[in-house]
Design a binder for this molecule. Structure first.
Ligand SMILES: Cc1cc2nc3c(=O)[nH]c(=O)nc-3n(C[C@H](O)[C@H](O)[C@H](O)COP(=O)(O)O)c2cc1C
Length: 323
């Protein structure tokens, strides 16, 4: 994939990005993705500043390739410590992905430090705003994606061509992509790279609990559901008994205070890190049915690249010949 703008900007071999993963986006995983030729990303959601710093150091020790970090603005009550941690490690970090809030105040800080800035968006309007605010890359995320999604609930198929037509900066597509076919399709629609989240949870290097990884392997296409719509949020999670309780409560038009005991991050951690699937919820994207094994993230990047390569060179569709 020579000549790809995203590879050139990030100094990576293949335009395959690992999404910031709340609680489970650890340094070892980020390094493994980067070692495969993609861009690994150390997550900060669900981590203390100290842990975030430690995970950046772990990634820096485990790879000499570029990697990034994720700053989901509204996930932290105070972003100061996380921003400082990123600036303190800027010589190790290639890029910052900003999500879940207004990126405008943060973009100049990271640009000044020499970092590439990627902004997660889910509509054309927000993509244009990100570009105007100085983002280098836009990650457009469809509502197939695992975790928090945009309120417009745009599907990736509709989003990519409209966003890539509107902005001049390169577009990275995210949501429901888990194999080479999805990558190639995203690129045909106008993306220049892809971001995968759920696929990288089911990996040897990810710190997610084994039960979470196994649940992903065992799940089919219809295994996910959106929760929190009643309070104006869109969060795609794996179906299960705990999520059923949340969905039942949502039918009663609950206040945020009534919802909080169920939706707070600790209930994600209990399931994702401790493996108590009955007592919490798990982020998961709609492409989960494509995940059939737990592998090294390095190997996954290599397999994805080989799949794209094979499809790309022998690409054919059943389309009638022009008469
Ligand atoms: C377990 C999990 C946690 C996530 N946490 C974050 C996060 O903290 N910050 C963020 O920007 N995106 C987060 N996302 C979204 C991913 O970065 C990525 O855009 C998304 O997973 C892509 O869709 P996919 O899961 O279908 O591959 C999360 C996704 C998952 C599956």
């Amino acid at each position: 994939m020579g000549g790809n703008r995203i590879c050139e900007m990030l100094g990576i071999e293949y335009p395959i990005i690992q999404g910031g993963l709340a609680y489970v986006g650890n340094g070892t995983l980020a390094a493994a993705v980067s070692n495969g030729g993609g861009l690994g990303v150390v997550g900060s959601a669900g981590r203390s500043v100290e842990d975030f710093r430690r995970q950046i150091q772990i990634a820096a020790e485990a790879t000499d390739k570029p990697f990034g970090v994720n700053l989901p603005i509204s996930e932290h009550s105070d972003n100061t410590g996380y921003v400082q941690a990123i600036l303190d490690h800027k010589e190790h970090i290639a890029a910052v992905s900003i999500s879940a809030g207004n990126p405008k105040p943060y973009i100049p800080i990271f640009k000044e430090a020499g970092l590439t800035v990627m902004v997660l968006t889910s509509t054309v309007t927000h993509s244009l705003k990100a570009e105007q605010a100085g983002a280098d890359l836009v990650v457009c995320e469809g509502f197939e994606a695992g975790g928090h999604n945009g309120p417009a609930e745009m599907t990736l198929f509709s989003l990519i061509p409209q966003v890539s037509k509107a902005v001049r900066i390169p577009v990275i597509a995210a949501g429901g992509i888990a194999d080479g076919r999805g990558i190639l399709a995203a690129m045909v629609l106008g993306a220049e790279g892809v971001q995968l989240g759920t696929r990288f949870v089911a990996t040897l290097e990810c710190q997610a609990h084994e039960a979470y990884k196994q649940a992903l392997v065992n799940s089919h296409d219809d295994a996910t559901v959106v929760m929190e719509r009643s309070i104006g949020r869109v969060t795609r999670v794996l179906k299960g008994a705990f999520v059923d309780q949340i969905l039942s409560l949502e039918k009663t038009s609950p206040s945020i205070e009534e919802m909080l005991p169920y939706i707070r991050g600790v209930n994600n951690r209990v399931a994702a890190i401790e493996g108590n699937l009955e007592d919490g919820w798990l982020n998961c994207g709609q492409g989960v049915g494509l995940i059939q094994s737990i592998e090294s993230a390095t190997d996954i990047v290599k397999t994805l690249v080989a799949e794209v390569d094979a499809l790309h060179s022998g690409f054919s569709v059943q389309w009638p010949k022009l008469s």
